[in-house]
Design a binder for this molecule. Structure first.
Ligand code: RTP
Ligand code: MG
Length: 141
């Protein structure tokens, strides 16, 4: 296993529910370190560009509308096997299918409002980290 970085977004539904700290605590307890962090209210252009891989999917419009509906917390997590470890903590995309004890099972309402985003591959992680953060804003430790 290698030390990796992954991009996490705590989505508008979870920020509105005031569970940012509970979610970050799960990352920390699993050995993932927060090495960059900011709050943002994404524009249509920022959210649309971030999810560009889904531009042709039927849910794209709803996804962009949801991701711009309120502030989010954007973070870089670092640790051993961080990309897969974060996806395990998150649980399945649809919270109804997410394993008990995962973030989506515990905090998400629906497949649209599903609490968190996490990069799904090393290539995505590299693109997504640099989409939101300059190298000087990531503080490896
Ligand atoms: P994310 O990118 O947000 O971490 O989620 P994910 O990898 O688990 O799922 P992905 O396939 O990348 O889809 C991105 C987001 O689009 C919404 N979605 N809706 N209605 C649908 O069938 C559907 N499929 C995906 C979800 O909100 C998902 O998080
Ligand atoms: Mg995805």
């Amino acid at each position: 296993m290698a030390v990796e970085r992954t991009l996490s977004i705590i989505k508008p539904d979870a920020v509105a529910k005031n569970v940012v700290g509970e979610i970050v605590s799960r990352f920390e307890k699993a050995g993932l370190k927060v090495v960059a962090s900011k709050m943002a209210h994404l524009s249509d252009k920022e959210a649309g560009g971030f999810y560009a891989e889904h531009a042709e999917r039927p849910f794209y419009g709803d996804l962009v509308a949801f991701m711009t509906s309120g502030p989010v917390v954007v973070q870089v997590l670092e640790g051993e096997d961080a990309i897969a470890r974060n996806r395990e903590l998150m649980g399945a995309t649809n919270p109804k299918e997410a394993d008990a004890g995962t973030i989506r099972a515990d905090f998400a309402e629906s497949i649209d409002a599903n609490a968190v985003h996490g990069s799904d591959s090393p290539a995505s992680a590299a693109r997504e980290v640099s989409y939101f953060f300059a190298a000087t804003e990531v503080h490896s430790r």
